[in-house]
Design a protein around this ligand. Structure first.
Ligand code: C2E
Ligand code: CA
Ligand code: CA
Length: 637
């Protein structure tokens, strides 16, 4: 009998084990040509593949020896048989290690499973050795016939399957249900094959039954499929890659391309742009990976190790990009940088890049430097504090300060009103100005809580000032249009005013124009409701938006605040001067009062007075001061 047509006592042929080796190699090829997260569970997985190949080889060698050994010289056969079984049980052992690691089971439980599994492993391997040495279970007689009285391997197999089922039951809550079902189904097919072999007195597919769960593992746990038209992988993969590079201290460069036009849900990049990006993602750097962050946002990461001349490559890719830009003319923002320890550690490149986008013009390239990181960290810190302020909802929160800018009333010749302007006072940064936190607070939905604090503190101070005999007409508070959408808005405002026992007339709310029809309806409704309690309304920043006069007239505002840009415009040329003057005149005719913001000097003041001003506000009179200092401006009753 030749080796290749070998048929031993258990009807064994090489086919199954050769197929196992082939499948394992295919898996390795797939892993090498795709992006894989180098997690701990992945190391275990690789070890499983190595074990499977070794098992298949051991089984092949065992059967070759079995057929070819000279009578009486079966030591090699016995050893290979034990090795084969040990490798198979070892695969089971690794499977049982894999389950807790891949699912993030808590350490104590995972340890228990590992200990129990290794005890089982040693008992089974030990029993196999003893059984073979004693000749009780498996024996080859002098004439070469095999006597196999024991079912030790089968018993071990069943024990380990039961063990794995128990372990998987433990992680039920940690794993997505569909995935668990997938694993159970693959195991069921493996067991089915294993037992059907018994019926046909076969053993060629035994190793194969161990491969099937590995295929499921690779598919569910270690595949990060490419977007095949873009050649990219997803954000999660980027986080894994960064973690891995940080742990291995391997430096890299990143290039982020953002196309704002396409960065909306449901929008997709045109095929031509995709093809260009796909091309770019492999042409300029070696061993780089492209990550897709959003519909219009991709980040290319290239290890410096494989691209020592990365500076040259960056300049090449930018040249290439400029050529393509001439073709597509799509607005872009490009951010380029090198790995930053602190950002890698916190895995925050996407947030960093997004924060840079905010302060970046379109069609520009930005090279990340230390100041970006400082600004980003400051932003993150402010956000953390804002979140805390929001969560505590304490109207007396000492971090939120009310500054006030006194407003000059031309008719009375006194400073009898003021605008409340918010500041934050934070431990690490000191005073923070609105441009650094209002947009954040609006984005995260924290703004209303801040307004409530400002309003409460303003009301408290008004009540105190009145007690002290000061003549204060009112304080105006800035409110974001976003807040009006909240059902409880009017109740919240009324509640705070009445809690402080002052009249609604002492408070005004400043709103800016909004373009949307829906906002307009809501604004109208809320203004009307609060006006019934005496609260006044100012239209803020008139002249900076798109100023739909018809709309403005429909809203019952008391005061129109002309933005500083209008004051400036009125000084530039005669035409602009006429426009501002006529606008102001028209509003005055319609019984609105006019307030000019940003009056900085005597020239401004004179101009504004000539242009129907009722109120003046600006640095000429005072910068915003802490609310207690209003006493220096207010008249006594
Ligand atoms: P705003 O409502 O238009 O406030 C006027 C801004 O102009 C204030 O800046 C003020 O300091 C500044 N200003 C006053 N007089 C002059 C001047 O003569 N010349 C120049 N160049 N500027 C002057 P601030 O305090 O930094 O506030 C900026 C913006 O932040 C405010 O613009 C407002 O939109 C927002 N903001 C401030 N406090 C709050 C608040 O409590 N809630 C909300 N939602 N927004 C607020
Ligand atoms: Ca304002
Ligand atoms: Ca304003």
């Amino acid at each position: 009998m030749t080796n290749l047509t070998l048929l031993s006592f258990d009807n064994y042929t090489f086919t199954g084990d050769l197929a196992v080796i082939a499948i394992c190699f295919v898996m390795v090829i797939l892993l090498m040509t795709s992006f894989v997260s180098r997690t701990r569970s992945f190391s275990i997985f690789i070890n499983i593949i190595v074990l499977l190949v070794a098992s298949a080889l051991a089984n092949i060698i065992y059967h070759i020896l079995l057929v070819n050994s000279s009578p009486g010289e079966y030591t090699g056969v016995y050893i290979m048989r034990i090795v084969y079984h040990a490798l198979m049980f070892d695969t089971f052992f690794l499977y049982s290690l894999y389950v807790p690691v891949a699912t993030g089971m808590d350490h104590a439980k995972a340890r228990k499973i590992a200990i129990a599994s290794s005890i089982l492993f040693f008992i089974l391997v030990g029993a196999d050795i003893i059984e073979t040495i004693s000749g009780y279970g498996f024996r080859i007689s002098q004439d070469g016939t095999v006597v196999n009285k024991s079912n030790l391997f089968m018993i071990g197999y069943c024990l380990y399957i039961a063990f794995l089922l128990i372990a998987m039951n433990q992680v039920k809550g940690l794993l997505y249900k569909q995935i668990l079902t997938g694993f159970f189904a693959t195991m069921a097919i493996s067991v089915l094959i294993r037992f059907s072999q018994l019926i046909f007195n076969q053993s060629s597919l035994t190793t194969m039954t161990f491969v099937l769960p590995a295929i499921a593992m690779m598919y569910y746990m270690h595949s990060n499929p490419y977007n095949i038209t873009l050649g990219s992988v997803d954000v999660r993969s980027m986080e894994d890659a960064i973690r891995d590079m940080y742990n291995h201290k391997s430096p890299f460069v990143f290039l982020s391309l953002f196309l704002p036009e396409y960065d909306e849900e449901g929008k997709d990049l045109p095929d031509e742009i995709k093809a260009t990006i796909r091309d770019f993602s492999t042409k300029y750097f070696r061993k780089c990976v492209l990550f897709q962050i959003g519909n219009g946002h991709v980040i290319l990461i290239a290890p410096k190790k494989h691209n020592p001349d990365y500076e040259q490559r960056i300049s090449d890719i930018l040249d290439g990009f400029n050529k393509e830009y001439k073709r597509f003319h799509v607005a872009y923002k490009i951010v380029i940088g090198e790995d930053i320890d602190e950002i890698s550690q916190k895995n925050e490149y996407v947030s960093l890049i997004r924060s840079i986008h905010n302060s970046m013009l379109e069609n520009t390239v930005h090279m990340v430097d230390d100041s970006d990181v400082l600004r980003f960290n400051k932003n993150e810190y402010i956000l953390k504090e804002l979140t805390d302020i929001y969560n505590k909802k304490d109207v007396n929160d000492p971090r939120v300060l009310v500054f006030c800018q006194p407003v000059f009333n031309i008719q009375s010749g006194q400073f009898d009103t003021a605008e409340a302007l918010m500041r934050l006072k934070l431990e690490e940064t000191g005073l923070v100005f609105p441009d650094q936190f209002i947009p954040l607070a609006e984005n995260y939905g924290y703004i209303h809580v801040l307004t409530e604090i400002i309003l409460h503190k303003s009301c408290q101070e008004i009540s105190q000032l009145i007690k002290e005999g000061f003549n204060i007409n009112r304080i105006s508070v800035n409110v974001s249009v976003l807040e009006l959408k909240d059902k409880g808005f009017c109740d919240d405002i009324n509640q705070i005013i009445s809690n402080n026992s002052i009249s609604g007339e002492k408070i005004a709310i400043e709103l800016t124009e909004s373009r949307s029809e829906a906002d307009f309806m809501i604004m109208k409704e809320k203004i009307e409701e609060l006006r019934r309690q005496g609260v006044r309304f100012y239209l803020d920043d008139f002249g900076t938006g798109y100023s739909n006069m018809e709309r403005i007239m429909e809203l019952p505002f008391d005061i129109i605040k002309f933005d500083r840009s209008m004051v400036l415009a009125s000084k530039t040329d005669q035409r602009s001067e006429k426009i501002v003057e006529n606008l102001a005149h028209m509003f005055k005719d319609m019984e609105y009062s006019i307030l000019y913001e940003g009056v900085e000097d005597d020239v401004d003041e004179k101009r504004c007075k000539e242009m129907s001003a009722s109120y003046l506000q600006g640095f000429k009179y005072s910068r915003p001061v802490p609310i207690e200092q209003l006493r220096e401006f207010l008249p006594k009753a």
